[in-house]
Design a protein around this ligand. Structure first.
Ligand SMILES: Cc1cc2nc3c(=O)[nH]c(=O)nc-3n(C[C@H](O)[C@H](O)[C@H](O)COP(=O)(O)OP(=O)(O)OC[C@H]3O[C@@H](n4cnc5c(N)ncnc54)[C@H](O)[C@@H]3O)c2cc1C
Length: 485
């Protein structure tokens, strides 16, 4: 569609869809630069639909807590209009986006490779008659830098090592709004001001958020809020706690669910409350005296030896940079990232060869969701997910592998895993939801022997060997007690 000239619009509109932060955000920085360049005020819209896929009270409450933090913080910033809008009626949020675009000079938003943002961005690109720019503020290596979908973490790591320094040396601005000049008011129509006022009202206290969320009939109300808070403040506190207390034992203890030494940052990374630039910077501060990032040199995709310094830091950086961003780059290049057919040929073939194998146990979605299987270890992992909205990574791998084993066929297993993960996990609906779930079926992995029933050449995991390898005593005590059910 032909673009209306930018000069005709009244304001620059930044639509914050997933990277929900005002700091270290390339998209917001770009919007501020555009506002200053064109001499127009900046409007930030941050909203939430009430009927998004896998909508639950849990996820909605987490997002609204973060929006309430922005609502409390933003009125003091000059020359800026913030419109928080958690919708009550389906469709009213997207109508507001389009109404705001009517008088905007340009729409700027978040580039995101999965979930409704990917579809919305593509659709709006075709519909709007103003320029629409999406900016990638998801990680350290921009998605546009990879030429095709990395089929393994090694392939991505090799590319990352070549490009890391150049990307690291151009970090996002810590406080982009500080650079916003005063370009007056956007002169918004009354009906938009009324929606803005309604949005502020819905977020004005924790009690109001709870009553608003409880009244939304399109949410799964049985999946209730968790103890994690969706604010940037809570995310930064988690980061400090992890780096200060657990980082240096990460490589030894990360696979031990009893020890809880992983960062537990994925919910805040998922909603963009904190940037991976901030996380990585904090980790660099812990490197030994004399270590300097400018000394890093590619080591041909090898896992150790690139960052150097503490081995625990290097191991954590491999997760938060290589593994996390492999998922973003893969999905960005793969429109069918959530389809069974996106699995590598060898994986589809071996799963299909074993699709009719006998299963000793077959469970329904409801039985799985309620932790009603014969296996106490699996039940504990599902209980952690159902009650706390997260699963320890090691348990998450085992959890996924067993669903493949206990469902009638791999396609059903995939559908169940996507639903369980995306309904219950706060970090669900992320590119790494699909990386993790499809890894269960062979993505980013290789063929393993011996060939086994149901799994074929797909990597196998069992609760018995997990129990031998790691103690799980505290984990089982914590998530098997009746009090938690
Ligand atoms: C079946 C299955 C489903 C998964 N679903 C999700 C999901 O919905 N959302 C999600 O963010 N991750 C998912 N993962 C990946 C991984 O389990 C989580 O990222 C990790 O457990 C989060 O805990 P943490 O923040 O303590 O991680 P840490 O170990 O502290 O790692 C730091 C960060 O690195 C990233 N990371 C760590 N491990 C992985 C990994 N294996 N793959 C990709 N990125 C990683 C995450 O952003 C994480 O927050 C899934 C894995 C599996 C096997």
């Amino acid at each position: 569609m032909a673009s209306r000239p930018i000069s005709e619009g009244d304001y620059v509109l930044y639509w914050m869809q997933i990277n929900r932060r005002l700091q270290y955000n390339f998209a917001l920085e770009y919007a501020v630069a555009y506002a200053n360049k064109t001499g127009k005020p900046l409007v930030i819209l941050e909203g939430l639909a009430c009927n998004y896929p896998w909508a639950s009270q849990r996820t909605t409450a987490f997002i609204l807590e973060g929006m309430a933090e922005h609502a409390a913080e933003l009125p003091d910033v000059q020359s800026l209009t913030y419109i928080p809008f958690p919708e009550k009626e389906p469709g009213s949020y997207m109508r507001l986006v389009k109404d705001l675009c009517r008088n905007a000079a340009i729409l700027i938003s978040d580039e995101y490779p999965v979930f409704i943002m990917r579809e919305r961005n593509q659709q709006l690109q075709e519909e709007l008659d103003i320029p629409f720019h999406t900016i990638d503020a998801n990680g350290i290596i921009p998605m546009a830098l990879s030429e095709k979908a990395p089929y393994s973490a090694f392939v991505f790591r090799r590319m990352m090592q070549k490009n890391f320094l150049a990307c690291w040396e151009q970090p996002p601005n810590a406080h982009p709004l500080k650079g916003l000049a005063d370009h007056g008011s956007p002169g918004l129509p009354q009906e938009i001001c009324s929606k803005q006022a309604a949005g502020f009202e819905r977020l004005k206290s924790a009690e109001r958020i709870a009553s608003f969320t409880a009244g939304l009939k399109d949410l799964d109300q049985d999946i209730g809020p968790v103890s994690m808070t969706g604010t940037r403040k809570a995310g930064l506190e988690r980061l400090d706690d992890f780096v200060g207390n657990d980082l240096l034992r990460y490589d030894d203890d990360r696979n031990d669910p009893d020890k809880e030494r992983t960062s537990r940052l994925s919910p805040w990374l998922h909603f963009g409350k904190i940037s991976s630039f901030e996380v990585v910077s904090k980790v660099f501060e812990m490197q030994p005296d004399g270590w300097d990032v400018s000394g890093v040199r590619p080591v041909n995709g090898k896992r150790s030896g690139f960052f150097g310094g503490h081995s625990a830091a290097e191991s954590f950086l491999d997760e938060v940079i290589t593994w996390r961003e492999t998922g973003f780059h893969f999905a960005w290049h793969t429109p069918g990232y959530d389809q069974f057919d996106s699995l590598p040929n060898w994986a589809r073939e071996t799963l299909s060869d074993h699709a009719d194998d006998h299963r000793d146990y077959v469970y329904s979605y409801e039985e799985l969701a309620a932790s009603k299987t014969h296996d106490p270890i699996w039940n504990a992992a599902q209980t952690q997910l159902r009650v706390e909205g997260r699963i320890h990574n090691y348990m998450r791998m085992l959890w996924g592998k067993k669903v493949l084993e206990w469902t009638p066929d791999p396609q059903t297993a995939l559908a169940y895993l996507i639903d369980l993960n995306n309904y219950y996990a706060i970090d669900g609906r992320d590119p790494n939801s699909y990386s993790g779930i499809f890894w269960i079926f062979g993505r980013f992995d290789r063929a393993w022997g011996p060939e086994r029933p149901i799994f074929g050449k797909i990597r196998y995991m069992s609760s018995e060997s997990a129990r031998k390898k790691i103690k799980l005593d505290n984990y089982l005590k914590r998530y098997s007690g009746t009090s938690i059910l």
